[in-house]
Structures are given as structure tokens and as C-alpha cells.
Design a protein around this ligand. Structure first.
Ligand SMILES: Nc1nc2c(c(=O)[nH]1)N[C@H]1C(S)=C(S)[C@@H](COP(=O)(O)O)O[C@H]1N2
Ligand SMILES: [Mo]
Length: 512
């Protein structure tokens, strides 16, 4: 009886459903990869990101930081597996119900593929249909015996009618799952092969960044370095599937309110005068004390040089830029043409941009939060008027304009220190206005001047340090920065939405 009994129905159904689903998805991914189509799984994930309400997205970024994407993908995968399990459980009772559920799941994914902007949606849909057929076939075969058993009235735990026993079922389900997983792995290998890292050489710049002034880097252990290495640079974007653009067929379209629309290739951009500048870019979602900010050396062409090629209509007041992930970003024309070093960057720290940070071309605009200026995977610049368009984040309640607010961060000391002379230190920023002063106060005492590192430029942050005679007990350390107009940052505590967090950074330190 033991080896020839069926596993109980509550197990068979879900196991068969998940195994069939994994097979179907794996095959769909493999065929999509071979045909150069959009990935059905990632298209689904992308749609989920798109449809996620703003509060949830913000909570996800706040909770998981830049791990939000892998976690979201894991959630999509778990929910999908759960639904496949349900489809299997239904199939055991009534095949039509289980198959119907798979068809519905397939239809949802087809809708996601239709909305996909990152690749060939049609090839993705065909791949998905083939995967779906394979999944349905597997589900029918895996659950067939059990349905027969129920129909003939045989007890679920009783001997199977014609030898389809527990072991055979498990072997079959494992085989189906294994083929699915292997296909998925194969898909990953194929996509990796198709897109080898592009080798690009960055030509010499006509205007290298000024040498870093002596004393701009304080070299204090635990203090944020003046320049953020690429691998530590924060990453924020809506792209679940990091766009892969090929420099060979890269085109930047400049159109809208211009005299003559132009299209520039990557080579066209490299042939223009290249400028190298250090600029600190910052995310509007950065909480007070947060780390969604970084300073790098960017190399690229000046946006005003590019716009001059097209000839800008005097009526225009904005540029709407588009990234290959589908984002749209609105930037005041003035910030791109008023003489500051707004760049179409092609390199970060002397190396071609990484894919995460916008390869092959991104915008970098001193003084504006990233969501209104720092378009990665840039494909299009439309000269326009703020009154005439909406952008991705303004559609979701964020301000149309986003000048970076004067802010600072406390990096040192840690939360537990010994009594005595201690270093309080951090960074302060007021991009394109410049930081003129930082002050520190302990336990609501008087504000005391901190010592500022040498100024690199008004477009970069500035390190600061303060010697604190720490006495035993719990203390509250606060800091505030002033910009070059003499204006201090506001003490008003505001969240990031809709145009940047405010309030003093505060650290509670236990001394003893
Ligand atoms: N294409 C694209 N560009 C984008 C975004 C995006 O979602 N897609 N996010 C913007 C935001 S909100 C920020 S803060 C910066 C972050 O740039 P980084 O990831 O290189 O640090 O990119 C900006 N550029
Ligand atoms: Mo951002």
C-alpha cells in the first residue's frame, strides 16, 4: 500500500501547479532570450513597480533602500508561486478551473508584456504562449491520475487505480521543475552572452576638473570621503530591468521647440568638447541624515552646447528628458543654459558610466535633485514649456521643480563613545549656492562653529568637523549648514515628499 498510494490531494495539487508553472515560465524565459524578446517575468515585475502606489514604493525604498528591486522581484515570484499552487489545487478538483487560472495568469503577463518598453514585446508574448502551453500540458498530465482516482471514488490514500504512485508522481513533478529551472538558467546565460560589456574609450577633455584643493579631504576615519567610489554610489531609479543600450545604435533625439531637430550618435557626442566636473548629486527621497547622495567626477558634453545645435525657441522654459526605462523628467531650461556645468555625462570618475548609473549617457545638473535633472539611459530631450507636459514623478505628486535644499549629515561620532575630546564630523551641501558655514550644538546649547574643509566647488558637498568635550551621560548632537547667501537650513521638519526633507540632523550619543 505504501509505495503505491497517491500523495494526498492537498499536496498533489499545489505541487503539480508549482512544477507546471516553473516549467512554463522557464521555457518562456528561454525562448524569449533566444528570440531576443522581452522577459515575461521581468515585464511582470516592471508592471508591478509601475502599478505600486506611491506610498508603498516610498515605504519600500525607505525600508529596503536600494535592495527594493530584488525584494520586489522576490515578492512577485512568491505571489506567482502561490497562485500556481492554487491553480494546481483547482486542477485536481476540476481541470477546467486549474487551466483557466493558468490562462488568467498568462493573460496578466501578456498585458504586462504589451506595456513593456524595454525590449521586443511580441517575441516575449510568443515565448509566453509556448511556455503556457507547456505548463498547461504538464498540469494536465501531473494531475490526471488523481482526478481519475477521485472520479472513480477511490479513496485518496488508497491504492492507485493503475500504478501511478506517490514516487512516480514526485519523480515526474521534480523532473518537470528541474527542466523549468534549467531553462530559466539557460535564459540567463543566453542574455548574458548577448550583451557583453561594451568597451568604450573616453577621449581627452578640453576642460579637466580643477585639481582638488588641499584640505578639501579631511581624512578622518569614519567620515564620508569627499569623492564617492562608483561601487558605493547610491542608486535610485524606476528600472527593474536595467536598460542595456548599445553605443553602436545609440541615438539622442533633440526636438520640440527648436529651430532644427537633431539626432546625435554616441560618436557625435564624443566628438564635441568634453568637460570634466565634480558634482554632488542627491535624491529628493533622501531623509535627513540619509545616504542617497554622492559626489563624483563626471565627464561629458555641456547640455547648452547640445541645445545650441538645435536652436532653442525663446518661448521654451523646460526640457523634458526621457530615459530608456520609460522615465520622463522635467528640468528648467535655465538650469541647463545659465552657465552652470550641466552635462550629458558619458563617464563617472574617468570610466564609461556603469549600467547602473546610466550607460551610455546621463544628465548631471548641479543644484537640482535627481528626479528633475539626472536622467539616466538618456534617449530624448524635448524642449518645451512646463505648462505643456507632465513628468513621471510630478504625475505622482512630487514638485515640478526641485532645487536641492541646504542640508548636512552627521557621520561621527558613533552612538556610544568614551568621555573626553571627541570628533563630531560630517558633510554639508547646498549645491550651486555653496556651503559657507556649519554649526553644531549639544543638548540645545548655543550653536558652535564647526571647522569646514576647503571648498572644492559650490557644486560639491563640504566636509566639516567639530571638537566636542564629551561628558558622561546621554547627549543630543545637532548640526546645521548655511549656504553662501548666509541662509541657514530650516529647522522645520518635513518629509521628502513633495520637494525634499528638511530639519536638523540629530544624533543621540551615549557617553560613558
Ligand atoms: N532613466 C532614469 N533616470 C533617473 C531615474 C530613473 O528612475 N530613471 N531616477 C532619478 C533619480 S530619482 C535620481 S535620485 C538619480 C539617481 O542617480 P544614480 O542612481 O546614478 O545615483 O537618477 C535620476 N535619473
Ligand atoms: Mo531621486
Amino acid at each position: 500500500m505504501t509505495s503505491r498510494t497517491l500523495p494526498s490531494r492537498p499536496v498533489v495539487g499545489p505541487v503539480a501547479g508549482v512544477a507546471s508553472g516553473v516549467l512554463g515560465l522557464g521555457i518562456a524565459e528561454l525562448i524569449a532570450a533566444l528570440a531576443g524578446g522581452a522577459s515575461p517575468l521581468l515585464a511582470l515585475g516592471d508592471r508591478v513597480i509601475d502599478l505600486t502606489p506611491r506610498w508603498l514604493k516610498e515605504a519600500a525604498v525607505a525600508t529596503f533602500g536600494t535592495a527594493d528591486k530584488p525584494i520586489l522581484l522576490a515578492c512577485v515570484a512568491l505571489v506567482t508561486l502561490g497562485l500556481l499552487g492554487v491553480a494546481g489545487a483547482l486542477a485536481v478538483r476540476r481541470l477546467a478551473l486549474g487551466v483557466g487560472m493558468l490562462l488568467i495568469l498568462g493573460a496578466v503577463d501578456i498585458a504586462a508584456l504589451l506595456a513593456d518598453r524595454s525590449g521586443n514585446g511580441t517575441a516575449g508574448i510568443i515565448a509566453l504562449l509556448i511556455g503556457l502551453a507547456a505548463g498547461i500540458t504538464a498540469l494536465v498530465l501531473l494531475t490526471r491520475r488523481l482526478r481519475q482516482a477521485s472520479r472513480t471514488g477511490a479513496a485518496i490514500e488508497a491504492e492507485a487505480p493503475d500504478g501511478f504512485d506517490r514516487r512516480r508522481f514526485l519523480v515526474a513533478a521534480s523532473a518537470v521543475t528541474a527542466v523549468g529551472v534549467a531553462s530559466g538558467v539557460g535564459a540567463k546565460v543566453v542574455t548574458g552572452r548577448r550583451h557583453p560589456a561594451t568597451k568604450v574609450a573616453i577621449p581627452a577633455t578640453v576642460s579637466p576638473a580643477a585639481p582638488l584643493p588641499a584640505g578639501a579631504e579631511l581624512r578622518i576615519d569614519g567620515l564620508t570621503p569627499h569623492l564617492t567610489p562608483v561601487e558605493d554610489f547610491y542608486r535610485i531609479d524606476i528600472a527593474l530591468l536595467t536598460p542595456r543600450l548599445d553605443v553602436a545604435d545609440y541615438r539622442l533625439k533633440i526636438h520640440g521647440l527648436v529651430d532644427n531637430p537633431v539626432e546625435l550618435t554616441y560618436q557625435d557626442l564624443l566628438a564635441m568638447p568634453l568637460y570634466e566636473r565634480r558634482v554632488t548629486i542627491c535624491c529628493v527621497s533622501n531623509e535627513v541624515g540619509g545616504d542617497l547622495i554622492g559626489n563624483a567626477t563626471w565627464t561629458g558634453v555641456r547640455i547648452r552646447d547640445v541645445l545650441a545645435r538645435a536652436g532653442v525657441d525663446p518661448d521654451a522654459d523646460a526640457v523634458k528628458s526621457t530615459g530608456a526605462d520609460g522615465i520622463t523628467i522635467g528640468t528648467p531650461l535655465e538650469a541647463l543654459t545659465d552657465g552652470r556645468d550641466s552635462l550629458l555625462a558619458i563617464a563617472q570618475d574617468g570610466e564609461p558610466l556603469t549600467r547602473d548609473h546610466g550607460f551610455p549617457v546621463r544628465m548631471v545638473v548641479p543644484g537640482l535633485y535627481g528626479y528633475v535633472s539626472a536622467t539616466k539611459w538618456l534617449t530624448e530631450l524635448e524642449v518645451t514649456r512646463f505648462a505643456d507636459f507632465r513628468a513621471y514623478w510630478t504625475d505622482r505628486g512630487w514638485s515640478a521643480e526641485g532645487p536641492i535644499k541646504t542640508q548636512c549629515r552627521i557621520d561621527l561620532p558613533g552612538e556610544d563613545v568614551m568621555p573626553g575630546k571627541r570628533t563630531v564630523a560630517g558633510v554639508a551641501w547646498a549645491q550651486h549656492r555653496g556651503v559657507s558655514k556649519v554649526e553644531v550644538r549639544i543638548d540645545d546649547g548655543p550653536w558652535q562653529p564647526a571647522e569646514l574643509a576647503a571648498e572644492d566647488s559650490i557644486d560639491t558637498w563640504r566636509q566639516w568637523t567639530y571638537r566636542w568635550d564629551a561628558t558622561e551621560g546621554e547627549h543630543r548632537v545637532q548640526a546645521r549648514a548655511f549656504d553662501r547667501t548666509g541662509e541657514p537650513q530650516t529647522d522645520w521638519e518635513a518629509p521628502p515628499a513633495p520637494d525634499g526633507a528638511t530639519g536638523y540632523p540629530t544624533r543621540t550619543v551615549t557617553v560613558g
